[in-house]
Design a protein around this ligand. Structure first.
Ligand SMILES: Nc1ncnc2c1ncn2[C@@H]1O[C@H](COP(=O)(O)OP(=O)(O)OP(=O)(O)O)[C@@H](O)[C@H]1O
Ligand SMILES: [Mg+2]
Length: 324
């Protein structure tokens, strides 16, 4: 059964999709989950915080992206305004509505919409410049600078949150200040992982780092003039196993072992996995439309069912967390 959530009662939440590990499917998952939510009628905002800009280029052509660069409408330019001039520009200035995807939604008679804030290759330099804003000569200056830098995205997202049902942030494969901005802004986070030794190894560390960040940020927030802002509490929704290979209807034994290992560790995980299909996932970004909204053969349909089931689980878990 497909889980629907009704529109019009404000934002259900900001979800960051993250994992230190590179190439585990963060961007693919962000694009497909967001597209499926929009297909179900939600107004979704996607934010690309990775300088690789793979999410941006999954929706926007290179020419359109270059035009946005000239117009200074990427997340890198937004951070530049703060770093160079201390300007507090609204995120609204950056938002675009990717044409190909939204036309596809309209053709499918969906009432949803998917908007995007694009990334930029030079976002990597912004991170270094943000670090130079930390520190200070007194304890008070250090606390204030810490909260100011970490809260950049959070404070400005607050202004546009009500315009969306869901906000999904695709993080880079690290724990730098940009990723920390995402965590501080998030109500929830979701961790895609490949079912191999190295991909599952760092998940516990990631969770510990999120917890340490939460405690440090809340403590500092309480001691600054931003103490009227509520403390943050990003909640782990679960691990999504990606690129799973099947044999006779079940994941191959090597992968089953890693899945079992994660389950034993009592980390939250989703029962819906994303199967491996190199050709479908590799070719989708060029079309500007994620795999979930493509028509196709039985392999395509299987992927669709999996992503739909996963989105059901995500929405269900979010609802359960709100109730608890
Ligand atoms: N289920 C899948 N089956 C096959 N290939 C996949 C699948 N999911 C993603 N891929 C491919 O794996 C590569 C990495 O995926 P993706 O870019 O989503 O990972 P990522 O975690 O965002 O990477 P990075 O850490 O570099 O940002 C891409 O080429 C993508 O097309
Ligand atoms: Mg990525």
């Amino acid at each position: 059964m497909v889980t629907y959530i009704s529109r019009g009662s404000g934002c259900y939440g900001v979800i960051s999709i993250m994992n230190y590990k590179g190439g585990v499917g963060k961007t693919t998952l962000s694009a497909n989950v967001a597209a499926e939510m929009a297909y179900r009628g939600l107004e979704v905002l996607l934010i690309d915080l990775d300088p690789q800009a793979n999410l941006t280029l999954s929706f926007v052509s290179i020419d359109d992206w270059k035009a946005l660069d000239r117009q200074e409408r990427t997340i890198k330019h937004w951070y530049d305004q703060y770093l160079d001039y201390n300007h507090d520009i609204s995120l609204k200035e950056l938002i675009i509505t990717p044409t190909r995807l939204n036309e596809k939604l309209a053709q499918s008679r969906s009432s949803g919409r998917l908007d995007l804030i694009c990334s930029h290759l030079e976002l990597v330099e912004v991170d270094m410049e943000l670090s130079s804003k930390l520190g200070g000569h007194t304890d008070r200056a250090i606390r204030n600078n810490y909260v100011n830098v970490l809260s950049r995205l959070r404070f400005k997202l607050e202004e546009i949150k009500e315009d969306y049902d869901m906000i999904i942030v695709d993080c880079p494969p690290n724990f730098n200040l940009i990723t920390q901005n995402a965590i501080v802004s998030s109500d929830y986070y979701l961790v895609p992982a490949r079912t191999d030794y190295l991909s599952t190894l760092g998940i516990n560390t990631l969770l510990k780092h999120v917890d340490t960040l939460k405690k440090k940020y809340n403590q500092h927030l309480h001691e600054t003039n931003h103490r009227h802002m509520p403390p943050i509490s990003p909640q782990m929704l679960g691990i999504v196993f990606t690129m799973v290979s099947y044999h006779k209807g079940v994941p191959i034994s090597a992968q089953r072992e890693y899945i079992a290992q994660v389950k034993r560790s009592r980390l939250p995980f989703f029962n819906s996995y994303l199967r491996e299909n190199k050709s479908l996932f590799a070719s989708a970004p060029e079309t500007g439309i994620p795999v979930i909204l493509h028509q196709g053969n039985i392999q395509q349909k299987k992927i669709k069912w999996e992503i739909r089931a996963l989105v059901d689980e995500v929405l269900h878990t979010m609802k359960a967390k709100v109730r608890s």
